[in-house]
Design a protein around this ligand. Structure first.
Ligand code: PMP
Length: 973
């Protein structure tokens, strides 16, 4: 029999084979006594064979009779060939029955075709089936797998590969031509046909340069198998093996990615880069890729509709229709030229083009020196104080600039080409907003003449004047057209008058380009346009989005790498506003982790107070000035008696370190008791008492002998859980008593009064009362580390120790106290403070400086005035209630710890064993970042989402967080 030709035999209904018959075939032909369960397929009959214990024996594949034995042999040979040459698991034959393990089962289908059966190795690991979200690592791994397959198959050949499949994109146009009439929806059919025509046109000039080889032809989520790391490393279903364009291997994979939740053309770039890294794309292949993706998407749509028409009972084919349409919509969502330029850019193949200059100026008689630039980027000072949120900000700032410049000969104010404008951004946005300008705005000081930079034809509408000529197309929106217009103009000829704000765009190739585009597509769109400022005589100054990648590289060279950064591929954040962080591309992120910035980011009042004080005085606390006294009095007033004496330092580490020294000086002892799983700082002493494994994996083994720990009083997953957690206190008490009995009575017991580092959980009731009594009973002091949890964050209490109904001997605070300015304090009793005299004297050069004190006072003022502790309570309670409601539906949420705006959402893979969902927590954080939320894992197991946002967070923002978390839990991470 000759190889299959789709155009000869278009209909391929799945052979009718029952599960019973499949079991019989397995027994008769392969000697396997197994149970058969049908698996879905477009055109073959596939069954999973299992042994009596349910263990997989293999996959029985009964090929569509339209395919010849040689074709099946080729598929088996290719699978074996790939497994030999690349680290890819493939589904090779397990049981031999005649040549190449292929059995003619003797059955005939209704047309008399032979049914050939094989048993293929079952690869464990599961596939990426369905439409759930795929993260960039999975996307890249699919591209890598496609690249390796393509690289391996370049050396493979077999007579069974010369077949004519509808999946061979070399026949894409013809396939769509044959099958499109089955698409009954006229709108969809027209869309598909016109997209295919454009794609085919784009391919026309490239086809000759595209290498041809054998390809798998169907590397999709359904046909890969996952390794232990959750990334695909196995390949199944060689049914579409064929000779075709090599780059089609990648196009198929890229198209399949577009079916997944949250995917879009830009999210496929990691796959394209990964493919290119193992099997470099030639320039023609890079050019052909996106047209092929569109073609593949179109073939999927028309084939799916056709298949479900000819084989109405094929649920597999019908269920795929919606996904196939999504693939097509996404593939054609961005113009071919734009996506191709984007791909070239992603692969480092972009050739930077010069910017078009004219034979004459676009505006007559304006000296470029009289044009003022308006910076609307994230880093522009004009954006301070949330100015970018004002819808009229651009116009207002431009008019202010004009007004300021009137005396100094300013002819016009212009924006920058390619700039990501923060004014075009928004908060709480799951998708990056279109911020990047593909042209410029211009505000004239007085009416200006718009003239043709090159000869061409003018087209005017009520909104715009467009000149098209050899230089390209200039479009000016908002210009007043002359009464009389001859469509043909010469260079320098009058086009109109600019007497108000205008938008100017220069199109290179005529591709209609939106005014603002999303940063992910900026490289592709900017390739279609040219900088209009060059037509005004200004130099093109690249104002592309400040690059986060190269900054990260510089950081890794200049900054100690032990100082880690959030995220593998962090956005470049150069501004903050309230509870939002803002990237240089204008993307905003809801900040759920910055507990330090209690008042919020970019606080104008704080900034003004600091600036004022800097101008006036900044010195050290040995001088006599008011703010150091005022701050000390204010702090002491927040605390119960007898805590009335204040030391001012610069950080939490310093505060805790000083507290230890005070305790040692007071008691004359050296031993300290701390709780396990805690963090207290980085100095020598505070590091010694920090036993959090997340911060230092060697913490327990490197602990010096003067540090003693009591078990982590973790009521959720510690040794004692729930009501049993009351056992932690007596346990700690007996450890302290034993130390005293052994001649090591502790100088101090230190702990966070609300267990921040373990995920923000309350200590068991009565815990501190009992332990403080024991340590005091042994002559030691009680230190409360309020560095994270103090200052009203828990909502119900200003100081977290109040929750336990105790009063410590020493309280340490930092973080919130300075809203991010280095500022910390130790507050204790006069007697304890005085004991420090034994150690000499205490001085910190910057601790308690006038600037720091003004910061400290302003922070306290704003917390009080804006009722931020109350906000922490109301928004925190709302947030907690909503997450608890999510927990009812999603068992991955083990529990929600915390109070007010100090919360921890603990994620588990099993609610009974409480197995920490470590990889899931990391992946959920990554996906949330894509959706515009910054949240990070915490705790020794890194399975707790730490939620401690600025205390000014609104209920709307809290709701946004929960909505996004819900989206991720529902659609995957
Ligand atoms: N104590 C606790 C409880 C902390 O969380 C931290 C910081 N994470 C510190 C002390 C140290 O504070 P700093 O980073 O300001 O030195």
């Amino acid at each position: 029999m000759t190889a299959f030709d789709f155009f000869e035999a278009a209909e391929l209904p799945v052979p009718e084979v029952s599960a019973e018959r499949a079991e019989q075939i397995a027994a008769d032909q392969f000697g396997l006594s197994a149970q058969a369960v049908e698996l879905g397929s477009q055109q073959d009959a596939n069954f999973l064979l299992t042994d009596p214990s349910g263990g997989p024996v293999g996959v029985l594949k009964i090929a569509n009779p339209a395919f010849s034995r040689a074709e099946l042999e080729a598929q088996d040979a290719a699978a074996a060939f790939i497994a030999d040459s690349e680290p890819i698991r493939t589904a090779t034959n397990v049981v031999s029955a005649g040549p190449a393990g292929i059995a003619d089962v003797g059955d005939r289908d209704h047309d008399g075709g032979r049914l050939f059966a094989r048993v293929i190795r079952y690869l464990p690991g599961g596939a990426l089936s369905g439409d759930a979200y795929l993260g960039p690592a999975q996307v890249a791994a699919l591209g890598d797998l496609a690249g390796r397959t393509c690289r391996a198959l370049a050396g493979f050949d077999h007579p069974g590969v010369d077949r004519v499949l509808q999946w061979d994109l070399r026949h894409g146009m013809r396939t769509v031509g044959v099958l499109a009439p089955h698409v009954s929806d006229d709108v969809r059919r027209t869309c598909v046909e016109s997209a295919v025509t454009a794609a085919w046109d784009a391919l026309a000039g490239l086809a000759e340069d595209l290498p041809i080889q054998v390809i798998h032809g169907d590397i999709t989520g359904d046909n890969v198998v996952l390794g232990d790391d959750g990334l695909p490393d196995g390949l199944i279903d060689f049914g579409d093996l064929m000779r075709s364009w090599a780059v089609a291997e990648l196009a198929v994979t890229v198209a399949t990615l577009l079916r997944h939740e949250g995917s879009e053309p830009a999210t496929t770039l990691p796959a394209i880069r990964a493919f290119h890294a193992v099997r470099p794309l030639a320039p023609a292949e890079a050019e052909a890729l996106w047209p092929l993706v569109v073609l593949r998407a179109a073939v999927l749509v028309v084939s799916g509709i056709h298949q479900s028409a000819v084989d109405a009972e094929n649920n597999y084919a019908s269920a795929a229709l919606d996904s196939e349409w999504r693939i097509f919509q996404q593939a054609s969502a961005v113009p071919l030229a734009v996506m191709t330029a984007q791909i070239r850019h992603a692969l480092g193949m972009a050739v930077p083009g010069g910017h078009i200059s004219g034979d004459a100026a676009l505006i007559r008689g304006v000296d470029p020196g009289e044009i003022l630039r308006l910076d609307l980027s994230t880093e522009s000072g004009a954006m301070d104080g949330g100015a970018w949120l004002d819808p009229d900000a651009e116009d207002r700032l431009a008019r202010e600039a004009l007004a300021r410049g009137a005396a100094g000969h300013v002819a016009a104010v212009v924006t920058s080409f390619g700039q990501a404008r923060l004014t075009r951004s928004a908060t709480l946005n799951p998708e990056s907003p279109a911020t990047v300008a593909t042209g410029v705005h211009l505000w004239p000081a007085t009416a200006l003449d718009l003239t043709a930079p090159w000869p061409g034809r003018v087209e005017t509408t009520c909104q715009s004047v467009t000149l098209t000529g050899a230089g390209g197309t200039v479009r000016v929106r908002g210009a007043v057209q002359p009464a009389e217009t001859d469509p043909a103009v010469v260079a320098g000829g009058q086009l109109g008058v600019i007497d108000g704000p205008v938008w100017i765009q220069v199109l290179r190739h005529g591709t209609s380009t939106p005014q603002f585009v999303r940063p992910e597509y900026a490289a592709g769109w900017l390739d279609q346009v040219s900088d209009p400022l060059v037509l005004l005589g200004l130099p093109h100054t690249p104002d592309l989005v400040a690059d986060s990648e190269s900054l990260r590289e510089r950081r890794s060279r200049a900054f100690a790498t032990v100082q880690e950064h959030y995220y593998d591929d962090p956005p470049r954040i150069e501004r903050g506003w309230r509870e939002h962080l803002i990237g240089t591309d204008g993307r905003t992120y809801l900040d759920m982790v910055n507990n330090v910035a209690v008042l919020g980011h970019g606080h104008p009042e704080l900034a003004a107070a600091v600036a004022r004080q800097w101008r006036r005085l900044n010195t050290n606390s040995r001088f006599n000035y008011a703010s150091v006294v005022a701050l000390s009095e204010r702090l002491a007033a927040t605390l119960p008696d007898p805590l009335d004496t204040v030391f001012l330092v610069n950080s939490g580490s310093e505060a805790d370190d000083l507290a230890l020294r005070l305790a040692m000086a007071t008691t004359g002892r050296h031993d300290v008791v701390a709780v396990a799983e805690a963090y207290h700082g980085w100095t020598y002493a505070t590091d010694a008492i920090s036993t959090s494994l997340a911060d230092n994996p060697n913490a327990l083994s490197t602990r010096p002998p003067w540090v003693h720990t009591v078990p982590s009083p973790n009521a959720y997953r510690g040794e004692h859980r729930g009501p049993e957690a009351s056992k932690y206190a007596p346990e700690a008490v007996s450890i302290i008593e034993r130390l005293a009995a052994q001649g090591h009575p502790p100088a101090a017991f230190i702990c966070e009064p609300f267990y921040g580092n373990a995920g923000g959980m309350a200590l068991p009731d009565g815990y501190l009362r009992a332990v403080y009594a024991a340590v005091r009973g042994a002559g030691g002091l009680a230190i409360a580390d309020e560095v994270q949890v103090g200052y009203g964050r828990t909502g119900r209490w200003f100081w977290a120790f109040e929750q336990q109904g105790v009063v410590p001997d020493i309280v340490c605070v930092a973080k919130a106290m300075g809203n991010g300015q280095p500022l910390g304090a130790v507050i204790t009793t006069k007697a304890i403070a005085d004991a420090y005299r034994n150690c000499g004297y205490f001085f910190s050069s910057a601790g308690g400086s006038p600037v720091s004190c003004v910061v400290g006072l302003t922070v306290l003022d704003v917390i009080e005035r804006d009722h931020l502790q109350q906000n922490a309570l109301t928004v925190g309670d709302h947030l907690k209630a909503r997450i608890n409601a999510l927990a009812e539906e999603f068992p991955i949420i083990g529990t929600v710890h915390g109070s007010g705006l100090y919360m921890g959402v603990e994620l588990v893979t099993d609610c009974t064993s409480l197995e920490p969902a470590v990889a899931e927590t990391a992946a959920i954080c990554e996906r949330l970042r894509e959706l515009g939320v910054i949240v990070q894992p915490t705790g020794d197991r890194q399975n707790v989402l730490k939620m401690k946002p600025p205390m000014c967070i609104t209920r709307e923002s809290a709701d946004y967080f929960v909505d996004m978390l819900e989206r991720v839990l529902r659609t995957g991470w």
